[in-house]
Write a protein that binds this ligand. Structure first.
Ligand SMILES: [Zn+2]
Length: 258
């Protein structure tokens, strides 16, 4: 139906302003660097297509783990801890331009992108249906150590968790940020061996009894743990261990490192 009257006018005005802003400061595709076209009137500016060109959207190396039982990320975690389901949005391959997405969220403070990626994954999980058996009742981002959070100014896992909460249902699920605390300041994992990673994070996460009791009282039993990337599963398994006596755990990350 054709837009009429004030709403049609304000839509055209909003488009003209966006086009002008894009002319003055062109937005570029985060993957290939191409200048992005001005989003059409009515387009969701919070969507992933506000950050990626249509070709790079099309080529996103999606895992399809959301509808794949016993997928590689589930197997990797089952090897270490008991979880229900796990998924990632896309494959993170060294040398691929798509690694820039996670880097933009983690190091460049592109929080809108983080939220958009979370929303994309949440929608896929909701459509697949697997994650509603049993239903997830709350979302818990992997905490950063307070010092690292202070230095960075935000926790990227929390930003992704908020997007997931929006994408997974009509009514966003609660995002619980104070259930776990990071007891030790751990080194960055990137340059460590698999065994070194495990030692580095062993016992790093501690449950807060008061928040645990609050969730128990609210009847919350199934949590979705969220992180930006899963590599060996060392960090995630340490996050999950203190939760297992009290909760069922599923896992979602944006990227899966092959
Ligand atoms: Zn592109």
């Amino acid at each position: 139906m054709e837009e009429r009257g004030w709403s049609g006018f304000s839509g055209r005005l909003a488009y003209a302003l966006r086009a002008l802003a894009d002319l003055l400061m062109p937005r570029r595709c985060l993957v290939c660097g191409e200048v992005l076209e001005t989003l059409p009137a009515g387009a969701d500016r919070r969507s992933l297509s506000a950050h990626l060109c249509p070709a790079c959207m099309e080529d996103l190396p999606e895992t399809f783990f959301w509808s794949w039982e016993e997928n590689p990320v589930e197997q990797q975690l089952w090897h270490r801890v008991g979880i229900i389901h796990a998924t990632s949005l896309y494959f993170y391959r060294q040398g691929s331009e798509y690694t820039r997405l996670v880097q933009a969220v983690k190091y460049d403070g592109n929080l809108r992108l983080g939220r958009a990626l979370g929303r994309e994954l949440g929608r896929r999980m909701a459509a697949a249906g697997r994650f509603s058996k049993p239903a997830i009742q709350a979302i818990v981002p992997v905490p950063l150590h307070p010092l690292r959070r202070w230095k960075r100014g935000y926790n990227q896992a929390e930003v992704i968790a908020r997007g997931l909460a929006e994408g997974m249902g009509e009514k966003p699920l609660p995002v619980v940020t104070d259930l776990l605390r990071r007891a030790r300041y751990t080194r960055t994992q990137t340059k460590l061996s698999a065994e070194g990673k495990q030692r580095n994070v062993a016992g790093a996460f501690v449950l807060r009894p008061s928040v645990d009791a609050r969730l128990q009282a609210a009847g919350i039993r199934h949590l979705l743990i969220v992180d930006d990337v899963i590599t060996t599963g060392a960090t995630l398994s340490e996050v999950i261990k203190p939760l297992l006596p009290h909760f069922r755990i599923s896992v979602a990350t944006i990227a899966f490192v092959e």
